[in-house]
Write a protein that binds this ligand. Structure first.
Ligand SMILES: Cc1cc2nc3c(=O)[nH]c(=O)nc-3n(C[C@H](O)[C@H](O)[C@H](O)COP(=O)(O)OP(=O)(O)OC[C@H]3O[C@@H](n4cnc5c(N)ncnc54)[C@H](O)[C@@H]3O)c2cc1C
Length: 457
């Protein structure tokens, strides 16, 4: 997909690529694109580029943008390939990671003979592109989750084999035997932190994917609800999974110690590969704007947000008597606090205080991630706790250990319960501080902060 130009990244509407109508109904395309993933390759002969461009005379901004198909080779009437079109790769970026894909600068119409064909209606390029963008944003989220999960699993393997230090019970005994680092409480904490985030994000990503199917399969109000969930969760999953992938892969490096910083171990590569996912398909800052402005504040009657809240409340009700009362209470409180934060943002919008509003958009998106992950963890406990109890007969201590050894299924549910309990007890409390920071610190007048940077115009 050819959207980005040197002077038009997040601000796609600023693009300069031009399309001039020709007598045969095609268009002459001229312009430069950059950062184009797999912009050229010799695996297939033909490549067809979807290219965003403005037809000469159309209005500035995103409303004047149309979408064109530009083939690498022109196609004859009978479908055979003809002359080389005037589209060329002019360079390959030297990137920090993701070396498996060539990120190309592309030139269209250097010799003024690049032919393109309008796809869809004139001026509807952004709307058409957005249909693909929704899917690619989910794919980016899933890729990030894959990176996080792989880094976490490598860290577990390494921690099982690397011998350093002695067991906590003999930590002051110089003659104590060395133990695998997985036995150190701090390493165990890092692994549990990674596991609980990876599994929380996996649940959320699968739930979102299911809603994408449901919005297509259902009808009427049910389809509308599924669509509301999809619209709301796409930016949460894209930005949340990629932000966390950078943190999770960093923690996986930490578990490996110095070896994690060396390229002979895979976690370093996974980390640099994952960083790109915070930037592509709309930076995570742009995802925050999409979520908070378009999907919440400007959505009529905040319908999307109301559907999400309703679903969370249903999960809380259905978990009563199964999940610890304290978890149910905190999730219910968390919804009330989110309402307060959304009200605060709405007031800022109504009063036209856009500086303060926009500085809080990304923090709010990050807090929303915690809210929906808490929902998933609670839901997980609701299912996993009774399953575990049925498999272990409520055994504890040494009895539990012997059941877990003989039953991988019990081990699976035990892992789920431990990870979800860990997340709700140690990560979820941070949500309340995040909201507090928005409601209190979020009132900071940025006009003063602007003077910190003398070059500010
Ligand atoms: C590996 C890789 C592959 C890519 N593949 C493709 C591809 O196949 N096709 C394609 O078209 N593009 C591709 N891109 C480009 C990518 O989509 C852009 O890099 C991205 O949209 C950001 O644009 P930019 O780099 O110009 O950054 P900028 O837009 O300059 O953004 C810089 C920073 O400013 C922030 N910012 C910018 N505007 C605003 C605003 N209005 N409000 C708040 N914050 C803002 C951003 O969030 C970001 O933090 C790829 C990029 C990479 C790194």
């Amino acid at each position: 997909m050819c959207l980005t130009e040197p002077e038009a990244g997040s601000d796609v509407g600023a693009l300069k690529t031009k399309a001039v109508p020709q007598p045969d109904g095609s268009y002459r395309i001229t312009g430069q694109k950059c950062f184009i993933t797999n912009g050229d390759q010799d695996i297939t002969k033909q490549i067809v580029y979807p290219v965003l461009a403005r037809i000469e005379g159309d209005p500035p901004g995103t409303k004047g943008i149309s979408l064109f198909l530009v083939p690498k080779y022109l196609v004859h009437e009978d479908g055979t390939l003809g002359e080389r079109n005037d589209v060329f790769c002019t360079g390959i970026e030297k990137k920090m990671g993701a070396h498996g894909s060539a990120t190309c600068s592309m030139s269209f119409g250097e010799d003024d003979r690049c032919t393109g064909y309008l796809l869809g209606q004139r001026g509807r390029g952004m709307n058409i592109m957005f249909q693909m963008l929704n899917e690619t944003r989910l794919e980016v989220g899933i890729m990030a989750l894959g990176g996080s999960s792989a880094a976490y699993l490598h860290a577990v393997d390494y921690a099982r084999t690397r011998q350093q230090g002695s067991h906590v019970s003999r930590m002051f005994d110089p003659a104590a035997p060395k133990v695998p680092i997985i036995e150190h409480p701090d390493v165990l904490r890092m692994l549990l932190w990674m596991k609980s985030w990876v599994e929380g994000q996996r649940m959320l990503s699968y739930y979102l994917s299911q809603q994408i199917d449901l919005q297509n399969l259902l009808e009427g109000d049910e389809a509308r609800e599924a669509k509301a969930l999809v619209d709301f969760l796409i930016p949460v999953v894209k930005a949340g999974n990629s932000d966390m992938a950078w943190r999770i892969t960093s923690e996986a490096i930490q578990v490996h110690g110095g070896y994690g910083y060396c390229s002979e171990y895979p976690v370093e590569q996974i980390a640099v590969d994952c960083k790109a996912l915070c930037i592509v398909e709309g930076t995570n800052g742009i995802q925050s704007l999409d979520l908070v402005m378009r999907k919440i504040l400007m959505n009529p009657e905040q319908y999307n947000y109301c559907v999400v809240k309703e679903r969370i409340r249903k999960t809380i009700d259905s978990a009563a008597g199964i999940v610890h009362e304290a978890h149910l209470r905190s999730l219910a409180e968390a919804i009330d606090l989110m309402d307060a934060a959304v009200d605060f943002m709405e007031q800022l919008m109504e009063s036209g205080d856009f500086r303060v509003l926009l500085v809080n958009v990304d923090p709010l998106r990050r807090a929303i991630l915690y809210l929906v992950i808490a929902w998933m963890q609670l839901w997980c406990l609701k299912i996993a706790k009774p399953k575990l109890a049925a498999l272990t007969g409520g055994a504890t201590g040494a009895d539990l250990e012997s059941v877990l050894e003989g039953s991988p299924e019990a081990g699976f549910y035990h892992g789920k319960v431990c990870a979800s309990e860990f997340w709700l007890a140690t990560e979820f409390p941070k949500y309340f501080g995040k909201i507090e920071a928005i409601l209190q610190g979020g009132r900071m007048d940025l006009r003063q902060a602007e003077t910190v940077f003398p070059a500010f115009s």
